[in-house]
Design a binder for this molecule. Structure first.
Ligand code: IMP
Ligand code: MG
Length: 176
């Protein structure tokens, strides 16, 4: 780790895992008697999706998708390319898209539309973090871990230039 990047804690490991537990319990109640398919958006949502899945007391299937959104290091352009698609049809399923963060909303706006066209029973969005101030595309999540101000954050799956995903807390990074 480059020690010159300053990272200050926004949410501790305990706060994050406590909140994930609450989200899992809420999803378990909302979908009681049903099965859910978590669609994890790689790479960022991997840590969150795995922990969330453990907290949902229903039959849970997991699928992974990877998309890249063209843009610079800190802002997406809205042109989304699917790098790895789901390997099963989602027709008739209760899909919950699991994302690390909604920023401008461009990536999720595209993804929600794409999955809706595949005729699922339902599509909901679950994001660990939300930066509403930055929204460009109107996207709302049914489940949100934390709303945060316009700061660049890392940890719990979120990266800065592919680093810091493994931090067990969420921190604000001030790159050097
Ligand atoms: P959007 O299309 O602008 O909503 O972009 C969402 C994607 O941008 C997320 O999935 C992240 O990969 C990335 N992103 C946005 N804000 C942050 C941040 O604060 N830290 C790390 N990645 C971020
Ligand atoms: Mg992401």
């Amino acid at each position: 780790m480059k020690m010159s990047d300053k990272i200050s804690i926004m949410f501790s490991e305990e706060e994050v895992s406590g909140r994930i537990r609450e989200l899992g319990e809420k999803i378990g109640k909302d979908y009681a008697g049903k099965e859910v398919l978590l669609v994890c958006v790689l790479k960022g949502a991997a840590f969150f999706a795995c922990e969330l899945a453990k907290r949902i007391s229903l039959p849970v299937q997991m699928e992974f998708m990877r998309c890249s959104s063209y843009g610079n290091e800190t802002e997406s352009s809205g042109v989304v390319k699917i790098i790895q698609d789901l390997d099963q049809p989602i027709r008739g399923k209760n899909v919950i898209i699991v994302e690390d963060i909604i920023d401008t909303g461009r990536t999720l706006g595209y993804l929600v539309e794409l999955l809706r066209k595949r005729d699922p029973e339902s599509v909901a969005l679950c994001t660990l973090l939300d930066k509403p101030e930055r929204r460009v595309t109107d996207v709302k999540a049914e489940y949100t871990g934390f709303q945060i101000p316009d700061e660049f954050v890392v940890g719990y799956g979120l990266d800065y230039a592919q680093k810091y995903r493994n931090l067990p807390f969420i921190g604000i990074i001030k790159p050097e």
